[in-house]
Ligand binder design. Structure first.
Ligand code: LLP
Length: 402
């Protein structure tokens, strides 16, 4: 049992808490499902990029999937081995590509033909070999929120199969490109097995044709996207998920790479906030708290549901309809909408659940609000892993304002 009241008086609110033992449990569960094959878990840094989280996962054996050179550097600072780092993203800058090559990461995941030429030129110029994979868009509907769906042709990600084939043939002949991986990622928060299965089948048949053409692809990267329970979603069986991938690969000798983000950290994180006031008009009741959309954007951006708990509320207390809202000057600033909650008072604690993924990483300083502190819980102990920002931190970069 986490003592939210004690922790919020020790660290103040709004506060992000991450249960590292729970992250370990999730990691081991996934690893277990993949034991039948060579596998590598490259944690999607964008989900939660705190250095202590990365270090914790690195200690468990994880690599990292990064989408900027900043994320690559974070992973390296946290002690992730360079040969377990993948660099993806539709728009990499030249300087980012060059640095990634210099840092000798496992592979750069290409998302267009133009990018391939760019990587080739840069590798030529600095006289090194670029290990690459290609992100293939299998045109499969992941049946998730449109903003987090990525594997359809209407999305900007990856290249079509025909283009990918052409790229592999070119890369295989290039003296500075070494195609070692094939990649797909169809979306996030996926709660059905079928889209993953279909995508694996489509991409593995491309893999087989590449192997037949003597292109030695060693890594079959199935991306991330495993959904978690926020409310009453069904979640997939990890065993079935892994088995489907293995079946699609049949005899091909490859290491399966998986890039989980949300699954590893989502339900291990909490956003702890305090009630400031309550107010009511003829239409609505509002519980105004000290966390806001700048701390957790998901409800405002995707209308995402996050479970919550009013700490110390009695089971038999009468509940009524309300929105939990923050202090930001936007009507879209809410953490929960039309939920039932007992009457609250100043300083009551509300815990917003499932906030470990895409919580702090998507937070901002909107309304000049310093970002929350982050605390790790492990083995019954708590430790500060990111200090609360101060106003001084926020204005530090602003020069020549006189
Ligand atoms: N690999 C690639 C190439 C990705 O683009 C992503 C997520 C992942 C792996 C990890 O996906 P996950 O296992 O976490 O589903 N901000 C949104 C989620 C955006 C996901 C972007 N890509 C949200 O809050 O729901």
């Amino acid at each position: 049992m986490i003592d939210f009241a004690k922790l919020s008086s020790k660290y103040d609110t709004p506060l992000y808490l991450y249960d590292f033992d729970d992250i370990t449990k999730n990691y081991n569960e996934l690893k277990e499902a993949f034991t039948a094959r060579k596998s590598l878990f490259c944690y999607a840094v964008k989900a939660n990029s705190n250095l202590s989280v990365l270090k914790h996962l690195a200690t468990l054996g994880a690599g990292c999937d990064c989408v900027s050179i900043g994320e690559v550097k974070r992973a390296l600072i946290a002690g992730v081995q360079s040969y377990k780092i993948i660099f993806s993203g539709v728009g990499k800058k030249d300087a980012e590509i060059e640095e990634a090559l210099e840092k000798k990461i496992l592979m750069i995941n290409l998302e267009s033909e133009e990018e391939m030429c760019r990587v080739e030129q840069i590798a030529d110029r600095i006289n090194c070999e670029a290990r690459i994979s290609i992100r293939v868009n299998p045109n499969i509907d992941p049946k998730t929120h449109p903003y987090i769906s990525t594997g359809l042709h209407e999305n900007k990600f990856g290249v079509d199969i025909e283009v990918a084939k052409k790229m592999y043939l070119y890369a295989a002949k290039s003296k500075s490109l070494n195609p070692i991986g094939i990649h797909f990622h169809i979306g996030s928060q996926i709660t059905q097995t079928l889209p993953f299965k279909e995508a694996s089948q489509v991409i593995s048949s491309l893999l087989k044709s590449l192997h037949a053409a003597n292109i030695d692809i060693k890594f079959f990267d199935v991306g991330g996207g495993i959904g978690i329970k926020y409310k009453d979603e069904e979640t997939i069986s990890l065993y079935e998920y892994a088995q489907n991938i293995f079946e699609s690969l049949s005899g091909e000798d490859v290491t399966v790479v998986c890039e989980p983000g949300r699954f590893l950290v989502g339900n291990s994180g909490y956003l702890v906030t305090k009630v400031l006031y309550e107010k009511k008009n003829d239409k609505k009741r509002f519980v105004i708290v000290d966390a806001a959309m700048n701390d957790l954007l998901r409800p405002s951006l995707y209308k995402a549901y996050h479970g919550f708990e009013l700490i110390d509320a009695k089971d038999d207390e009468e509940k009524s309809l309300a929105d939990i809202v923050g202090p930001i000057c936007e009507s879209g600033d809410f953490l929960a909408k039309d939920i039932y909650i007992p009457q609250t008072k100043h300083d009551d604690i509300i815990v917003i659940k499932s906030a470990g993924a895409y919580g702090f990483t998507m937070s901002s300083n909107y309304n000049t609000r310093p970002r929350a502190a982050e605390v790790a819980l492990s083995g019954g102990k708590d430790r500060l892993i990111r200090k609360r920002e101060t106003i001084e931190d926020l204005v530090e970069q602003e020069i020549e304002y006189l």
